[in-house]
Design a protein around this ligand. Structure first.
Ligand SMILES: Cc1cc2nc3c(=O)[nH]c(=O)nc-3n(C[C@H](O)[C@H](O)[C@H](O)COP(=O)(O)OP(=O)(O)OC[C@H]3O[C@@H](n4cnc5c(N)ncnc54)[C@H](O)[C@@H]3O)c2cc1C
Length: 375
C-alpha cells in the first residue's frame, strides 16, 4: 500500500481528494493542514456589504473527510526531508510515498508602511474592520489597488480588487451616499488585469471611467503612510485603502530541497511534478508552472492542476508513464455586487460577457454548489 499525503485543505487539496476517489484510489489518504476547514476566498468580496460572515466562508471539512476516508493531520508544515520522504510539521513527522503540495501562496509584505492599509484576503478580521470603518465614514477617498511579484508575472491577484472596487461603488449607490466619496484605483501595472485579455482590460477601465473612478496606473509603489499611498508617480491621499500585494511561496519551502522559481514558488513540470522529483506533485497557488504568461493563480486553475497531478500520480503508481498535461484557462466572473462580467480565456480565444445580473446569480449558485459538495 502506498501512502499518499496532501499538504493543504484549500481548493487544490480538496480537488486532489475528490479526483483520487473518483479515479478509484481506495487506500488511506492523509491530509495535513492547520484546521480541517476550507476557506472560501472568492466570496470575501461580499463582506463589505454584510452579505457574508467569517462563519459563512469557513467550510468545515469533517463530513467530507469522513465520507472520503481522509485522515486529517492537524498541523502546520515546517519543512520537508525529500530523501527520507518525511514531511516535518509542528505536530510530528508524517511519512509519505507520494506527496501533493497544495499549501497555497503568501503575500509579499515588504512595502514600507504596509501596516497602514487593509490586505483584504489575509484574514477575515482585517476586512471586517475595514467594512466597519467604511460603514461609519461620512465621506472621503477610498483607494483600491494591487501589485505583483517582480520576479513572477503570474503571481498577482487583481480580479478580486476590481470586484471590491465595483462592489463598494454599488454598495455606496444602494446606500445613496456614493456622491460623498471619491474612488481611486492604483496599480504599478499600466494595463491592470492584462492576463484577462485586452478586451477585458478595456472593459474594466471603461467601467471605472463610467463610474467616475480615478485611475493611477503604471507607477512603481514606494509605500504607505496613514492616509497616503506613495508611488514614483506621486502620492495619493486616501482615507481607507484596500490593497492586494503580490504573492510568493510558503515560508516552509525554505526548509526543504524543493526546486524553487525566482518568484519563490515550487518549480513544476507539465505533469505537475516538483521539477525532477518523481514522487512529489504540486497544484494551485504553491506552484510555478510553465505555460502562457497569463496563466492565473485562481481556484479554477488550482482544480485543473490538482486533477492533472492525480492522473499522473496514479499512472506512475501503476507503473505507467505520467504524460497528462493540464489546460491553461482563465474562468472568472468579475462581480459588482448586483451584476457580473464573465471572462473566459484559453489558448485559442478570449470570451467576455458584459455585465449581467444573471452572472451575479451564477457566482452565488457556484458558491452554494461548491460548499454543498463538501457537506
Ligand atoms: C478575495 C479573493 C477572491 C478570489 N476570487 C476567485 C474567483 O472568483 N475565482 C477563482 O477561481 N479564484 C479566486 N480567487 C483565488 C483562489 O482563492 C486561489 O487561487 C485558491 O484559493 C488557490 O487554491 P490553493 O489550494 O492553491 O490554495 P489555498 O486555497 O490558499 O489553500 C491553501 C491551504 O494550505 C494550507 N496551508 C498553508 N500553509 C500551510 C502549512 N505550512 N502547513 C499546512 N497547511 C498549510 C492552508 O491552511 C489552506 O488550507 C480569489 C482569491 C481571493 C483572495
Amino acid at each position: 500500500m502506498s501512502q499518499i499525503v496532501i499538504i493543504g485543505s484549500g481548493f487544490s487539496g480538496v480537488k486532489t481528494i475528490k479526483t483520487l476517489r473518483k479515479k478509484g484510489y481506495q487506500d488511506k489518504i492523509i491530509l495535513i493542514s492547520p484546521q480541517p476547514v476550507l476557506f472560501y476566498y472568492p466570496s470575501l468580496i461580499w463582506v463589505p456589504a454584510g452579505l457574508r460572515t467569517e462563519a459563512d466562508l469557513t467550510v468545515s471539512l469533517d463530513n467530507f473527510f469522513q465520507r472520503k476516508q481522509v485522515q486529517h493531520h492537524q498541523a502546520s508544515v515546517t519543512g520537508l526531508d525529500i530523501e527520507a520522504k518525511q514531511v516535518k510539521t509542528d505536530n510530528g513527522v508524517v511519512n509519505y510515498d507520494y506527496l501533493i503540495i497544495a499549501s497555497g501562496g503568501r503575500f509579499i509584505k515588504k512595502l514600507p508602511g504596509i501596516e497602514h492599509i487593509c490586505i483584504p484576503c489575509e484574514n477575515y478580521a482585517n476586512l471586517k474592520s475595514y467594512s466597519d470603518k467604511l460603514a461609519k465614514l461620512e465621506g472621503g477617498t477610498l483607494a483600491f489597488g494591487f501589485s505583483g511579484n517582480p520576479k513572477d508575472p503570474t503571481a498577482m491577484r487583481g480580479g478580486p480588487m476590481f470586484e471590491f472596487l465595483f462592489g463598494i461603488d454599488t454598495l455606496l449607490k444602494q446606500q445613496k451616499r456614493r456622491d460623498k466619496f471619491k474612488l481611486i484605483f492604483f496599480s504599478p501595472a499600466p494595463e491592470p488585469g492584462k492576463r484577462l485579455g485586452a478586451n477585458a482590460v478595456k472593459a474594466i477601465l471603461g467601467e471605472m471611467k463610467k463610474y467616475g473612478v480615478e485611475a493611477h496606473l503604471g507607477h512603481k509603489m514606494k509605500g504607505f503612510s496613514p492616509n497616503q499611498i506613495h508611488t514614483e508617480g506621486g502620492d495619493i491621499q486616501s482615507d481607507l485603502t484596500l490593497f492586494m500585494p503580490g504573492i510568493t511561496g510558503a515560508t516552509w519551502f525554505a526548509n526543504s530541497e524543493l526546486p524553487l522559481s525566482p518568484g519563490g514558488f515550487i518549480q513544476s513540470d507539465a505533469q505537475c511534478h516538483a521539477l525532477g522529483i518523481k514522487d512529489i506533485f504540486v497544484a494551485g497557488d504553491s506552484g510555478s508552472f510553465s505555460g502562457p504568461d497569463w496563466m492565473p493563480k485562481q481556484a479554477h486553475m488550482a482544480d485543473l492542476q490538482a486533477e492533472n497531478a492525480v492522473k499522473n500520480l496514479l499512472a506512475e503508481m501503476r507503473g505507467q508513464e505520467a504524460s497528462y498535461e493540464f489546460k491553461t484557462e482563465v474562468l472568472c466572473i468579475i462581480d459588482t455586487l448586483n451584476k457580473g462580467m464573465l471572462v473566459h480565456r484559453n489558448t485559442k480565444r478570449t470570451l467576455l460577457l458584459p455585465k449581467l445580473r444573471l452572472l451575479n446569480w451564477a457566482k452565488r449558485l457556484f458558491e452554494w454548489q461548491y460548499m454543498r459538495s463538501l457537506s
